[in-house]
Design a protein around this ligand. Structure first.
Ligand code: AMP
Length: 608
């Protein structure tokens, strides 16, 4: 039987591993390298080149060398600005496509090429066919991104046995035998393009994710951009200071010169890596433009000044994850570092400052996720026992109900896999179908959340509030949402997989959590108002109807009071103020007590 491999499909680098004799082993390619750059180059002639050779082509042929494609996987055009050297295409709202020479490819097709290389390397190393894999994704990946990753695996010839969150995999790599029971761990993962922070608890060999937070557009790439911009500024100054010569280096370093930009970026990355151990380095760029060269002595202090704003952006996410887990930093037992950027001394100091303890650096931060994926693969194939992984939902999921309200079915931070359901009814008499609008987010009103998709379920017309439609949400072990709606009377049902309809930008992901806090007060008010308005819209016609039928049996003063209360409700609806409307509804309720009794008596008499 084919072994199950574990794969860390990274923004910058990817790795593959397999369990051997009970140990997770990362496999090397034919050059003996375990880290494969997630880069694909498309030469003028011949098939695509993947990995280290491709990464080198990034400088020479940036437009046909695709890197950081993970930023675009499962995303829509317009969601990603993409400061990349190659071209993107696709109509706004349609899936992102990548222009390569005369053609176009989907991001998952490019990732598939990286995965196919890993698969070939593994087959060569293991001398057997490899067709089953566990692949990791950032905890913040939405359904569309998870599905696209799974598709990439399938295109590469794998059966994808499990999609696992990266921080959870990393905790496995660190945690199997090193941690005590009940330990609480923060996994701080700062990679090339994504940042994840997760808080986990180890419970009798069972990892439970207490909370997770992050940003799919924050990472080492941002530091590289800051350094490259800094260098280009230095070049501009150097050129301005030139008094002779006809070359204008600064002008040549521009968007129009991707080759120079790519060289600057490569120099930036190199310098960043060196400064993790050295105090200074010299950046040399010979013949950058024509016969002009550039040289700069770059210090760790300079780097830290440029990198600090990027690193500081992790703080809010960490604090949010802690508060979601209802923990103080001193209640954590361990801070684990994951992702190449956490090799930077600045990052380690910053993490220590946020959490008030020195992070654990016992594992290689570049390999922890791949090792964890491999261990997870081992668990699935039976090679490792007694560890079960539980992941959680990063944002609440629900459907839109009457009045445009968000009705949460699976709350944020629920452990997955999970199944939850609720019964809904028809708002109108004779209604023939119910629209199921699936939402994700933390806001009270449907319009402020993301619409993952919608579909209609038809049912037999029924009097108001008589139809019974069960809606069930199921998030599978891969974090993919399946929605089922069933008319309980006829058994007619519809099942939809929310796979490719997430139509939101990454900035919006981050904003969602901030907004839900910032607008908490207005949101609650809006919900109260909407609910109160729904109540008024039911009460007002009922009261008018009752006045017609039995109003004559009331005293003049009683009738006048009801009319006055009705006017107050109408006025409060028009004013749009939540609390006054709630109060007006309650006052009308009270004023119509006797009216309601009379109505019931009349109904009894009619019956009798
Ligand atoms: P990952 O996504 O985990 O593979 O991390 C890749 C990121 O880590 C890239 O931004 C790399 O430039 C960065 N990185 C790798 N090694 C180092 C290092 N020694 N010092 C600083 N950053 C590094």
């Amino acid at each position: 039987m084919s072994p199950i491999v574990g794969i860390d499909l990274g923004t910058t680098n990817s790795l593959i591993g397999v369990m051997e004799a009970g140990f997770p082993i990362l496999l090397a390619d034919s050059a003996g390298e375990r880290l494969t750059p997630s880069v694909v180059h498309f030469p003028v002639q011949g098939g695509p080149i993947v990995g280290r050779t491709a990464a080198r082509m990034r400088v020479l042929e940036p437009e046909s060398t695709i890197y950081s494609v993970k930023r675009f996987i499962g995303r829509r055009a317009g969601e990603e600005s993409g400061d990349v050297g190659y071209k993107l295409s696709g109509q706004p709202g349609a899936p992102v496509r990548i222009r390569v020479r005369d053609g176009e490819l989907a991001p998952e097709e490019i990732s598939a090429l990286v995965l196919a290389k890993l698969r070939a390397d593994a087959e060569r190393a293991l001398e057997c066919e490899v067709t089953r894999a566990v692949i990791t994704v950032p905890a913040y990946f939405n359904d569309a991104q998870r599905n696209a990753t799974k598709l990439a695996g399938e295109l590469a010839g794998f059966t994808v046995e499990r999609i696992v969150n990266e921080p959870t995999a990393a905790a496995l790599a660190y945690g199997l035998d090193k941690l005590r029971d009940k330990s609480r761990v923060a996994v701080f993962d700062l990679g090339g393009g994504t940042f994840d922070i997760s808080i986990l608890e180890l419970n009798q060999g069972l990892f439970q994710v207490l909370s997770t937070n992050g940003n799919t557009r924050l990472g080492g790439d941002d530091i590289d951009t800051a350094i490259a911009n800094f260098l280009s500024g230095k070049i501009a100054v150097a050129t301005l200071c030139e008094t002779s010569g006809t070359h204008h280096l600064a002008a040549e370093f521009s968007e129009a010169s991707p080759a120079i930009a790519a060289r600057l970026r490569e120099a930036a990355v190199d310098a960043k890596h060196q400064l993790s151990t050295a105090e200074f380095t010299t950046i040399e760029l010979p013949f950058l433009a024509g016969d002009r060269s550039f040289s700069h002595r770059f210090t760790r202090e300079e780097l830290e000044k440029l990198a600090r704003p990027v690193v500081e952006r992790t703080r809010a996410h960490c604090l949010r994850a802690l508060s979601d887990a209802k923990l103080r930093p001193d209640e954590l037992d361990e801070i684990i570092l994951v992702g190449g950027v956490t090799r930077m001394p600045l990052v380690r100091r910053y993490v220590a400052e946020i959490f008030g303890r020195v992070p654990n650096i016992s594992q290689n931060p570049d390999e922890a996720v791949a090792l964890g994926a491999t261990i997870q693969a081992g668990i699935l194939s039976g090679a490792v026992q007694n560890v079960i992984l539980l992941d959680i939902t990063p944002l609440s999921l629900g459907i839109e109900t009457f009045g445009g309200l968000m009705n949460v079915i699976i709350p944020r931070n629920s452990t997955i896999p999970i199944k939850a359901g609720e019964m809904f009814t028809n708002a109108l008499a004779g209604q023939r179908a119910m629209k199921i609008s699936v939402l994700q987010g933390e806001r009270e009103m449907a319009k402020d959340n993301w619409r993952l998709g919608e579909f209609e379920l038809e049912f037999e017309p029924a009097p108001k509030s008589q139809a019974r439609v069960g809606v069930q949400f199921e998030i599978d072990a891969n974090g993919i949402l399946h929605v089922l709606a069933r008319d309980t009377k006829t058994g007619i049902e519809k099942k939809v997989e929310m796979s490719s309809a997430v139509d939101v930008s990454d900035e919006a992901v981050e904003k969602m959590l901030e907004d839900s806090l910032e607008h908490a007060f207005e949101d609650v008010n809006e919900r109260i108002f909407t609910e109160a308005k729904l109540k008024s819209s039911e009460m007002l016609p009922a009261v008018r109807n009752a006045l017609n039928l039995v109003g004559a049996q009331l005293d003049e003063s009683e009738r006048a009071l009801i009319v006055e209360r009705v006017t107050e409700v109408e006025q409060a609806v028009a004013d749009g103020a939540a609390q006054p409307l709630k109060r007006a509804n309650a006052a009308l309720d009270e004023a119509t007590q006797r009216l309601a009794t009379l109505l019931i008596e009349r109904a009894m008499q009619t019956k009798g």
